[in-house]
Design a protein around this ligand. Sequence first.
Ligand SMILES: CC(C)(COP(=O)(O)OP(=O)(O)OC[C@H]1O[C@@H](n2cnc3c(N)ncnc32)[C@H](O)[C@@H]1OP(=O)(O)O)[C@@H](O)C(=O)NCCC(=O)NCCS
Length: 165
Amino acid sequence: MTAPVLDWLSWLWNPARPVIEPASQRDVAALARIHGDSFHRGWGKTEFDAMLREPGTMIHRLRRGREVVGFAVSRQTADEAEILSIAVSARARGRGLSRALLMTHLGHLAGRGVRAVFLEVEENNQPACRLYRNAGFEVVGRRENYYNQGTATKLNALVMRRDLS
Ligand SMILES: CC(C)(COP(=O)(O)OP(=O)(O)OC[C@H]1O[C@@H](n2cnc3c(N)ncnc32)[C@H](O)[C@@H]1OP(=O)(O)O)[C@@H](O)C(=O)NCCC(=O)NCCS
């Protein structure tokens, strides 16, 4: 049996339930790895370390057993916040885990007095768009040629908003 198949089977047999909790400095390597695997321009450990020290920035981790398999990051300014990034490890995707992660994160933002949450998402990113629409976000704008993938093709961004009050 190949290593990826064994890895997948061990994931399936792992009885640990996913847990969502505040991230800490000990998570920066895992957060950077997941971000780097998920986005064209990955954030490194230094960037996550700096964000964890910023008072207005909140990061939740999604943990299964001892393994961090996802995160959500936002930045709050007064009573508004922006979701800066959300990602789930490739092998943990497609199981509805991101919804619990996002809703928990939004609950904490509401608890901190946030009344409106904004985000940007690449308009063809179907899993992310579905996640956000199902969580109550609505499209309030569109930015042409917003994402640079390092190729000639630039991708458009949707700006989405959800009120928390
Ligand atoms: C976006 C992301 C966090 C979603 O995490 P996830 O745990 O796999 O999401 P879910 O399993 O809850 O699926 C979310 C929705 O997308 C749908 N979906 C999942 N994979 C899909 C695919 N390949 N194509 C279309 N829809 C898909 C699901 O059916 C679900 O919609 P539904 O609830 O209406 O059925 C994950 O795909 C990811 O980390 N992507 C890379 C990073 C990223 O793009 N982040 C968002 C930046 S704005």
